[in-house]
Ligand binder design. Structure first.
Ligand code: PLP
Length: 494
């Protein structure tokens, strides 16, 4: 199966293999890579998959998309990525939380956020892609992070052959836990550097470095090229399709649905990657009725699904679900492409970059509304839902809470009784202070202290990676001005 660009009307021009798509990240015309066609999943396939453990389900499903990887390669990588050691609570366990709702817990990995589901696997796929494409140079992964992605990428790429990783984070822009998680990072090919500035400074610095031909030349002299771990890479998207299909298998195995019965799926959304993976699963034939797109106060997607107008010109809110504080949801481009085609996609994306705004045609909007509905959740409602679910026996983090709120609202508005799966995207211990404050109303400001307080309240064990980080030695203390980021990149390649 080949991959094409979302903005290319002449699909021959950039047709590449899956290994090339993973290595390149972005198509040369600025579009995102998409498989030429979506493979289909029959009831028979689901029947077979439901007998398998997660790593084998993953290898089977990935092999439908990554046809230039052998099944044995994919099985080896999925087995390593989703091992018991890395995911002690299971890779993607499904928990019934009452009233026809299930929580698909995607945060039992090494960094306790759902990004691990993709970032434990993708580095292995990239490493193989380098071999498959005859690449002799070292790939240097460059990441600017506001917290979760940087740590998940560091854990995923550590000690992977022919790859190095460098993460920049804003010195005062991440939580105490997130900072510790990064500055204590283990591994021989990792480096972490703080920026005297905010996340935008870090991100703009990284973008400048990617666009700088002189830096590329210098790196090339050191046998190195730059690569990205960003969520628009197909290598990060494909592993996310797996857990929706896996959750469906688990529902069948529990005897809660019959094969073919339609379910609903609700996803707390930022960059639109996670929910787009669910859309692909649906397009493959997984019996999903509605996809519920849950946003926080940065509700650009709620408005888009309602009106067909995507408008990023609005106030940016800092919320207690920071991984969803996003005004440009990059992966939405893939949905537009599948519904409207490349020509329209290119035109809309041009308007987005020039005016920060576009409006899709009414027939396109109708197709989107047929599958998606969007809700958003205020800060007050987020706190309220955490407390209410906790009192009913389920502890959720701040991002998952936005999903639970939206799922409840959908059920109330529509009366739809179908089983509903909510993607649970982070451990409550990763956002312990906000979760504690939501539950008892007290003034919890220190995430590290709040871990203990949350344990006292909930008796749910603190995930080992989050307690362990407190006793690890700090390895990275470097902090630079945004203008000096390039020097750090070049120094890494020496
Ligand atoms: C990244 C992230 C999200 C948003 O996922 P997208 O794929 O960007 O929509 C939601 N919750 C958490 C905890 C995250 O880290």
């Amino acid at each position: 199966m080949n991959y094409i660009s979302t903005r290319d009307t002449n699909s021959e021009k950039y047709r590449v293999s899956s290994a090339q798509a993973i290595k390149m990240g972005l198509a040369p015309d600025g579009g995102l890579f998409m498989p030429e066609e979506i493979p289909t999943l029959s009831s028979n396939d689901i029947e077979k998959l439901r007998a398998l453990p997660y790593n084998e389900r993953a290898a089977q499903i990935m092999s439908m998309f990554l046809t230039d990887y052998s099944y044995d390669e994919l099985l080896a990588d999925c087995s390593a990525a989703y091992s018991e050691e890395r995911f002690p609570g299971g890779a993607a366990p499904l928990r019934f939380i009452g009233n026809g709702t299930y929580s698909l817990e995607l945060w039992h990995g090494p960094t306790c956020a759902f990004k691990d589901m993709a970032l434990q696997l993708m580095p292995r796929l990239l490493s193989r892609a380098l071999v498959k494409t005859g690449e002799k140079r070292t790939a240097q992964i460059l990441v600017a992070t506001s917290g979760d992605t940087g740590k998940a990428a560091l854990e995923g790429y550590r000690d992977i052959n022919q790859i190095r990783i460098l993460v920049f984070y804003p010195e005062d822009g991440v939580s105490a836990i997130q900072k510790l998680q990064m500055t204590t990072q283990e591994g021989s090919n990792v480096r972490v550097c703080a920026i005297k500035g905010n996340f935008d400074d870090a991100q703009n610095g990284v973008k400048r470095i990617f666009a700088d031909a002189e830096i590329a030349d210098k790196l090339n002299d050191s046998n190195t090229f730059l690569s990205s771990a960003n969520s628009i890479n197909w290598g990060r998207l494909a592993p996310q399709i797996v857990y929706y299909i896996s959750a469906y298998c688990d529902l069948v195995n529990r005897g809660d649905i019959f094969i073919g019965e339609k379910i609903n799926v609700c996803v707390p959304t930022g960059n639109f990657g996670n929910i787009f993976a669910a859309y692909i699963a649906r397009k493959m034939g997984l019996p999903i009725k509605k996809l519920i797109c849950a946003s926080n106060m940065n509700n650009v997607l709620t408005d888009f699904i309602e009106t067909g107008i995507y408008d990023r010109n609005r106030v940016f809110h800092k919320t207690m679900s920071p991984s969803m504080d996003i005004l440009i949801s990059s992966n939405l481009e893939r949905l537009i492409f599948l519904i409207a085609g490349a020509e329209k996609t290119a035109a809309y994306m041009k308007q987005l970059s020039e005016k920060g705004k576009y409006q899709v045609d009414s027939d396109i909007l109708a197709e989107i509304k047929d599958v998606f509905c969007g809700y958003y959740c205020s800060e007050e409602n987020t706190a309220d839902i955490i407390r209410r679910y906790f009192n009913d026996g389920y502890l959720s983090d701040t991002h998952t809470a936005v999903g639970l709120f939206s799922a409840d609202k959908y059920k109330k508005e529509t009366g739809d009784q179908a089983k509903l799966v909510v993607a649970s995207t982070a451990s409550p211990y990763k956002f312990a202070a906000d979760v504690c404050r939501s539950i008892d109303g007290g003034a919890h400001n220190d995430d590290i202290a709040a871990q203990k307080e949350l344990f006292q309240i909930s008796k749910m064990p603190v995930p080992a990676p989050l307690s362990r980080v407190l006793s690890l030695p700090i390895r990275f203390t470097q902090s630079v001005n945004p203008n000096d980021m390039a020097d750090v990149v070049l120094d890494c390649a020496k």
